[in-house]
Structures are given as structure tokens and as C-alpha cells.
Design a protein around this ligand. Sequence first.
Ligand code: BES
Ligand code: MN
Ligand code: MN
Length: 481
Amino acid sequence: MPDHAHTILNTLQSNETGSIQRWMDWLRIPSVSTDPKFRDETRKAGKWIADQFAALGFDCKLVETGKIGKDGKGEGHPIVLATIDAAPGYKGPHVLFYGHYDVQPPDPLNLWDSAPFEPVLRPAKAGEEGGERVVARGAVDDKGQVMTFLEACRAWKQVAGHPTNGAKYTLLIEGEEESGSANLAQFVKDYKKQLDACDVCLVSDTGMLGRAKPAITYGVRGIAYTQVTLHASNQDLHSGLWGGRCPNPITELARVLAQLHDKKRRVTIPGFYDDVVPLTKKERDNWKKLKFNSKAALKKIGLGAAADIGEAGYTAMEREWGRPTAEINGIWGGYIGEGAKTVIPAHASAKVSFRLVANQNPHKITKQFFNWCKKHTPPGCKWELTDLHGGFGVTVPIDSPHLAAASSALKRASGKSPDLIKSGGSIPVAGMLKDILGIDTIFMGFGLDDDRVHSPNEKFELACFRLGCKAHAMFIDEVTK
Ligand code: BES
Ligand code: MN
Ligand code: MN
């Protein structure tokens, strides 16, 4: 087999203007999976990426998810499933590439400097670090990162006539990651026979510790997401006539939720830590060597060193990567309009979620939390408790040959050995693949911690995009060597 590695890098470079155009075309499709208003657009974004891979020779289909209606469409968003045949005699791994084409809602809209679905390519502004970037919802999470793989395939197709240079790849690009991958486990079960052939999953949906600091993420946290409503009276009440005579559900909800953590900022739910795998000295030592500067990270988000708080006895990095947490993501009730209104509302609500470490079961945690709520029911009040979604965390072995291939691909793409890091974020697919197929996931991602994922002005820098394209191209070279 001829050595194409060098030509590939040149090809990626000469394709770049077109690559960015395509990336921006995809970003123009507002695929917000959580909002029913964007249903058709979300499907369009799935179809768009399927067409791209089909044009490179992949056999692509859209698989409907959720309950299928009369129109043949599912109630969920379709999954793009694509395959490419291996060259005869190919002996390397069968790689399952995973990404997601859905994005988070762009709100709050007034904080964007440019419209979220009108991507702009621009240099850094005064006060911003880094170089040229594309700004739009989904720029890095996850469209830009999926594009890095697509463009690597395009270059290989041009140079070697086959988009993965003869390697066996299956692609799974879903449209519900940002809404908790509700229909993905069913899909993996339905397609178990086909997916069982895959040896490893490769995901580009994570980040690095800094610019030009390539990284492999060997673990992500799980999540359990709930909504709780505390009901009191059957109607809103005049706070002068009723205040002091009956429960105010906002006050009572706040009192309950304030007890979620103790003085050491540990979660107080009985059994919460039962299944947690303690951090080992070795892991803690390895992480120390990464020289993560938590003060600098806090400063970037407008906080001082005093804000370095969380579960006692652990560093910021340990708290993010290796410890479970409880978070209140939203809380509401009563009057929040202009001016004053003297009211005691009938109910108050909160979104409460938990980040979990490997081995903790999201269903069990949700049950424990709901039991805890019931035990803390304020006098005269009633709970309405809703499980919104859950996903398992994973930690993957760092001595696998696939991880070694990713590591050497990153090294060839950047000249540097990648950091081995974890992330506090969640990507539900990994736990499902481990559980249903028994395969591990390698997270080779290219984001930065100031990319503003899920926030206004989300961006992905060209330098990171380029690194991603090269790394995927080199990974293909590694598996076909
Ligand atoms: N790509 C992110 C997760 C992520 C970001 C991992 C940065 C590592 C570094 C993913 O799209 C995401 O946002 N996941 C959600 C999961 C949820 C909605 C089930 C999360 O972590 O909140
Ligand atoms: Mn993502
Ligand atoms: Mn996300």
C-alpha cells in the first residue's frame, strides 16, 4: 500500500475553504432536538450529514426512532446509520464513529453577538484568546467535530479512492444527544447484530486542556436528570391574607433543596456514594501532572480564587472528573414579571440533576433522590416527581490498542503526545455501548474550555478544527497500516 499520509495532510489543507463552507452550511440548519418547533429542521440536519457521507461512498440510511406514526416517521429524531465496506484483506478494527447532529437551544438570544444559526468566520476580538473561529450554535458541539471526521474521509477518498482507506467503519450520528439520547438504547438493541461487529467506538465530542494540547478523554460522567414540583394550595393566594397561615411552596422547596448538600458540600441523599469507585492515588497523581490551573479557569469565567469550592477534600479537577455531584439547574414559581405582586403561588418547581461517576446507576440515583424528597415532604405539601433522563458514566481502559492508535494519530497530527484526561460532561452513548455491546469508547475531541458550549457565542477555532481533521486522517492511517 502506498504511503499517503503526507499527501493527505496537503489535501486537507487545499480542501479547507470548501470544508469551512460546508461546515457553515450545516450550522445554518437549526437542529434543536429538545424543542418541537425545530422538528423538521432537526431532521433536515440529519439528512444533510447523511447526504455528505453518501457522496463519499458510504451506504447511508436514516433510521426512525420512537413510536412510528402513520407518515412513517418516528416521534423521535432519526439516527443516521452509515457503513463503508472494508478493502479485501483488511485486518484492522471495525470502528464505530459516533457523533450528534442536534444542538442545544440558542437561548438567551439577546446575548449573541451574531445570530446563532447564521455562522460567522472571524478572527479573535480584543480580549479573546486564540485565532480564527466559526461562531454559531453547534460550532463545536457537535457539528464542527463531526465535520473533522467527514473532511478526513473526503481527503482519503481523493487520495486513495476510499474514504477510510479501506478500513471498516460504521457511523452512528444521532439527533437526540442534547435531549438525553432517549431512543438510542432501543436503537442499539434493535441493531445489535450489526453493531456487534464493531470493535471500538470513536467519539469526537469532547475537549482538550488548552490550545495545541491534544487530549484523549478516557472517561465521562453519567447523569440523572429530574424535575420536581412542590404543590401546596389548589390556587394562588393573597400573601397578606394567607402568608403565615399555610405553606409557601417556593420557601419550602428552597428549604428542601438547600439540604441536598451538607457543610462539606457532600450530597446528603442516603446511599448516594454507595457505588462510587474511590479515586486511586495513581490517578490523582497522574492528574496532578497535567498541571491544570483551576485559578486561571475560574478567572476566565469571572470568578476569584475564593470560588474554588465543592466537595471537601478534592481538587477542582478531581471534583469534575472523579466525583459525583448534585446540581439545581433551574428553579421557578410565583410571580416573576415586572413590578411587585403579593402572591403565594400554588406550586414551585426545580430541575435537579446529578453527575455520576462510572459504576453509579442513574435509575438508582433518581429513585434514591425521589425517596429523599418524599421523606422531606414539607407539611401540607405534595410532590410531583418526574424522571427526565439518565445515562451511565464510563471509564475506559487506557492500555487498549485502539487508544494507542488514537494517541499516535494525535501525535502525528500535532507533534505532541496527547494528555490523558477525563471530562465531567456526559455522552450517554458510551455507557449504552459498553452495556449492550460490551465495547469501549475512545473520546478524541478538539474543543477548548472557552468554546462556550451550550452558551451564547459558541465557537470552534480553526486551529482546533484543523487538528481534528488531521487526527482523524491519521487515525485512519494507523488502523490501515
Ligand atoms: N459534548 C457534550 C459533552 C461534553 C462536552 C463532554 C465537553 C466533554 C467535554 C454533550 O453534547 C453534552 O452536552 N452532553 C450533555 C448530556 C445530556 C444532555 C444527557 C451534558 O453533558 O450535559
Ligand atoms: Mn456534544
Ligand atoms: Mn452538548
